[in-house]
Design a protein around this ligand. Sequence first.
Ligand code: ATP
Ligand code: MG
Length: 251
Amino acid sequence: MIHKDHPRYKSLKLREKIVDAYKNGILAESGMIAHGRGEAFDYLLGEETTSNSKKAVQAAAAALILAKNPVISVNGNTVALVSNEIVKLADDLNARIEINLFHKTKKRISIIKNVLNDAGAKNILGTDHEAKALIKGLEGPRASSSREGVYIADVVLVPLEDGDRAEALVKLDKLLITIDLNPLSRTAKTATITIVDNIIRAIPNLIQAVHELNNVEDSTLHQIVRDFNNQENLDESLKKISDKHTGRVKP
Ligand code: ATP
Ligand code: MG
């Protein structure tokens, strides 16, 4: 058992969740490695939400509210850490949830579907039951997407996505929102809006922002999306990391 007084308590609890998710078949081995990479950047960022992450959350919430067909694409890490919150966000936005795994097996899809169902999700996509369409530019099983989900979506929220798939989705003219602690990843650089924060903080922040912006005029929401500059925001994240460790700026 991890003692609450341990200085790395929160981070160690998250690791425990990730290891349990691996043991329960939600995560592939590589999911644990991906978590480790995220953890390293979270450490550098001070394990807290920065002002530029808040800005990205506002833009993401505005884009998701404006979307005609919003889809939240989930993988094992996302479901391991924030399944209840994802279901709440999808409900609030009237968005579909689609399972998209890097290491796809029927068994893992079925386990993840059950976790999401237990969290209250209905009509989950990305299982074997609905029509599929191929995403141009991707090979093998990763090219598959749901015809009524990611394939027709105008706005896709894909936390912790792989760079290749992010690039392919942007080429299809989707407004791509990602959550990625690494401001240097290909996904972070490719997405339209990147929230550089831990998914365990970013999704609750997004739920709150959607709540706050829900009754705001469309023209104002469009303006919030237009005013957001992803490259600038990523540069600010990198600057936060370096300033933090040279003692210049507080968050
Ligand atoms: P890319 O393919 O975009 O260049 P990558 O190959 O380095 O990135 P992947 O394994 O494809 O990384 O995706 C995992 C990404 O998710 C990493 O960038 C990692 O920092 C990030 N990540 C891991 N855990 C979390 C978390 N809890 N919250 C936010 N981001 C996370
Ligand atoms: Mg990758």
